[in-house]
Design a protein around this ligand. Structure first.
Ligand SMILES: [Zn+2]
Length: 396
């Protein structure tokens, strides 16, 4: 490709992403409104919309724009031709979610999974089986699968390898390569990302705090991790290893952490560590254990509320470290933390205010997520759209 055609392709991709982004926010809208809204000239918009219509990513609809005047031809996103699949691995099981390109949910499945101690090979095999069934279901709905993205609670490098997932006991697992091979569909791109980063992406795009420029989402279902939006953009860092607040050491001679050190926030306040201190039945289904924990907390069982208050204090100290460095407007409690928020937030707020240097915790509010269990797979469906939003259209 010559430099000139490369430039042209890049400009076309950027313009296409702008048109799709405008449609996602404003549809139904006219070609003229897209031109005004994106700053592109009308001929460019007409040409791009032609491509999108050809590939069934948008469709035309006759509507009256105002109450007066003749009906205009407006454009809406079309979800009938393409979808993406988002997967999540956690101590609570496996989740598959598929959304079409207009944002409609195609399927949502939860599976118990082979268990935290099963090791990567069995988990990847179970995940691949779930992904293959999801691909079949999406295809039988008449849609083409554009991509599959998996959220994993751990450090994920640029090649999609899991360098360390302390809560799962995984080290150096070439997850993307092994999962792609097990799914056996070389035509469908597979990517792997950190679960917390995908979770905050979903909140930033679709949640009640959508568009909040400085937003953090904390989860602790397996390990403890934070997804971070800073100044309007996902914080990625040098190699992608951001948000590992779970390994902030709060108690030097505290309980052993999955990372090999002692007294990390994760060893003190993750859901598995909370369950270990409130429930002896560590071999039963984690989902049932959580439901039991919530029921006992709601009944004000003292042994449970004390453990939650203590976990809340440690979480508040961990959040304070994030607040001192990043000054977020909102910190969302995701996953099990959202379901336990009533019992955790008084202690979190108190510890946060004590440990932040800025007055009033720098204006930060801690809230329960309204997407407690779906944010990571939802963020994964959005991430799997990346090539499209960058303007790379699927081949016909
Ligand atoms: Zn640790």
């Amino acid at each position: 490709m010559t430099t000139q055609t490369a430039d042209h392709t890049h400009i076309r991709a950027t313009n296409l992403a702008a048109v799709l982004g405008y449609l996602r926010r404003e549809a139904p809208c006219s070609r003229a409104a897209i031109a005004t809204g994106t700053g592109l000239n009308k001929a460019t918009v007409t040409s791009i919309v032609g491509d999108l219509l050809d590939r069934r990513l948008v469709r035309e609809t006759q509507q009256t724009q105002n109450h007066v005047g003749r009906p205009a031809t407006l454009l809406v996103l079309d979800g009938s031709a393409y979808a993406t699949i988002g997967l999540e691995v956690s101590a609570r099981g496996l989740i598959a979610l598929s959304c079409d390109t207009a944002g409609g949910q195609v399927l949502r499945w939860h599976r118990a999974g082979p268990g935290v101690d099963a090791g990567p090979a069995k988990t990847i095999a179970a995940l691949a089986a779930l992904a293959r069934r999801a691909v079949t279901a999406v295809q039988s709905s008449g849609r083409q699968v554009l991509g599959i993205t998996v959220g994993v609670p751990g450090l994920v490098n640029r090649d999609g390898a899991v360098v360390l997932a302390a809560g799962l006991g995984w080290r150096d697992v070439p997850m993307r390569a092994e999962l792609a091979a097990a799914i056996g569909r070389p035509d469908i791109p597979v990517t792997v990302d950190n679960d917390a980063s995908l979770g905050v992406l979903a909140e930033h795009l679709y949640g009640p705090q959508a568009g909040t420029a400085n937003l953090i989402r904390l989860t602790g279902d397996t390990g403890v991790g934070a997804g971070i939006i800073a100044d309007g953009k996902p914080l990625e860092g040098h190699l992608g290893y951001v948000g590992e607040i779970g390994h902030l050491r709060l108690v030097p001679d505290g309980p052993r952490c999955g990372c090999g050190r002692r007294g990390c926030l994760e060893a003190l306040a993750s859901l598995p560590s909370i369950l270990a201190r409130t429930d002896g039945r560590t071999d039963s289904d984690p989902q049932l254990q959580l439901e039991d924990l919530i029921r006992r907390a709601d009944a004000q069982e003292i042994a449970v509320t004390q453990v939650l208050a203590e976990a809340g204090t440690y979480l508040g100290q961990g959040i304070a470290a994030l607040v001192n460095v990043l000054n977020p407007e909102v910190v969302l409690l995701g996953g099990a933390y959202a379901l336990l928020a009533d019992h955790l937030t008084p202690a979190i707020d108190k510890a946060l205010r004590e440990a932040t240097i800025a007055p009033d915790a720098g204006g930060c509010t801690v809230l329960a997520s309204t997407l407690p269990d779906t944010a990571t797979p939802l963020g994964a469906t959005a991430q799997a759209l990346t090539p499209l939003t960058r303007g790379h259209l699927p081949t016909r």
